[in-house]
Ligand binder design. Structure first.
Ligand SMILES: Nc1ncnc2c1ncn2[C@@H]1O[C@H](COP(=O)(O)OP(=O)(O)OP(=O)(O)O)[C@@H](O)[C@H]1O
Length: 344
């Protein structure tokens, strides 16, 4: 039987985004030519170590970098085809929450400890929609139930400190859905949770994606999380994307030595996919990322790369397509380029 192929609808397009911030030493480029595109219903991940630029990417998309810190943006960010880099704060507030909502790393930073959970969800609904108070209460309870919370009424009446970490994260995810956004950006949504609760929260995001068609962008330092949930992934290092493509392709056919190193930091992938017991000893990437104020002309990963050659220390590689079943598999590595040109 021939099945109709669902045409994907573009939602977010980030093109050549450059973000500079003020530092005591002068202007620092924290994002260098970032390109990302998320269609409605996609699940994408951005993965990288601390300081690689993951938060700067999402804070640039949502224009949440404080005025004191931000030096400049360049490039383009479009939501549903409309450029948002030059729109005013009022219009941006409509996009934040209504079209794109953010689930922060620590649920407690999104919840006010002095108000009951239900009141906080209702306030968001009333602020961003035309629903009446009664309808907002119904929607809040419905969302809590949809988050797999058995005692939705009790949770609704509770203060944040009366709930477990996992329940609080579910509440924050329910809040992020209050205005039916097209995209949820989840910043390390599971890193503060126990492993079993982490899995439940990832399953919840998958359910939201499946049932509501909401696109999800997960920010993580953990390839295990990427493997569990994302269809595509961008690997970030020192403010640049160094590898990008379908998750299965990047995981099973990694082309950048940094991607390889990150993959070595997780237990066996079989463990991730099959819920077995990990056997592989955990590996740590030696050395430190470069100082963004003092970059050499070469590859930013060269000083930590066990494969680096002289050329890697003098020439900055571009992000290029590699020979792969995934036509959008891109890699920023001179050694991969060289290998590919020999193979031709
Ligand atoms: N408030 C700030 N002041 C100065 N530099 C900053 C500030 N916030 C981020 N940076 C710098 O910007 C770069 C990117 O940081 P970013 O927070 O985006 O990394 P990240 O990948 O999100 O890390 P983490 O996983 O630790 O949140 C880093 O070099 C970081 O030191």
């Amino acid at each position: 039987m021939i099945q109709a192929v669902r045409k994907k609808e573009a939602f977010l397009n980030v093109t050549n985004l450059m973000t500079k911030i003020h530092t005591p030493e002068g202007s620092m480029t924290v994002l260098d030519h970032i390109n990302l595109s998320i269609d409605k219903g996609d699940i994408m991940a951005i993965v990288g170590e601390s300081g690689s630029g993951k938060s700067m990417t999402i804070h640039s998309i949502l224009q949440m970098i404080t005025k004191n810190l931000l030096d400049s943006y360049a490039g383009e960010i479009e939501v549903e085809g409309k450029s948002i880099l030059d729109i005013g704060e009022k219009e941006m507030q409509q996009i934040r929450g209504k079209k794109i909502s953010l689930v922060a790393q620590n649920a407690m930073t999104s919840l006010d400890p002095s108000y009951r959970v239900g009141k906080q969800i209702i306030e968001i609904i009333l602020d961003k929609t035309n629903l009446s108070k009664r309808e907002a209460i119904e929607k809040a309870l419905y969302l809590l139930e949809e988050m797999g919370i058995d005692e939705a009424k009790r949770v609704f009446q509770s203060y944040p400190h009366q709930l477990s970490g996992g329940l609080r994260q579910r509440v924050v995810i329910a809040m992020s859905l209050a205005c039916d956004p097209d995209l949820i950006i989840a910043d390390e949504p599971t890193s503060a949770l126990d492993p079993s609760v982490q899995l439940q929260v990832l399953e919840l995001f998958k359910k939201i994606n499946r049932d509501l068609g909401t696109a999800i962008l997960i920010i993580t330092h953990d390839f295990g999380v990427v493997a569990r949930i994302a269809e595509s992934v961008a690997v970030m290092y020192a403010g640049q994307i160094v590898e990008q493509g379908k998750t299965s392709e990047v995981i099973y056919n990694p082309q950048h030595p940094y991607t390889n190193s990150l993959l070595n930091c997780i237990p066996d992938l079989d463990w991730i996919f099959l819920d077995g017991v990990g056997k592989k000893p955990l590996f740590q990437i030696k050395g430190e990322p470069p100082n963004l104020m003092n970059l050499s002309s070469g590859c930013r990963f060269a000083n930590r790369c066990h494969m680096a050659k002289d050329i890697c220390r003098s020439k900055l590689p571009e992000l290029k397509k590699v020979h792969s079943p995934d036509l959008n598999h891109l890699v920023r590595c001179l050694l991969t380029e060289r290998r590919e040109s020999y193979a031709k």
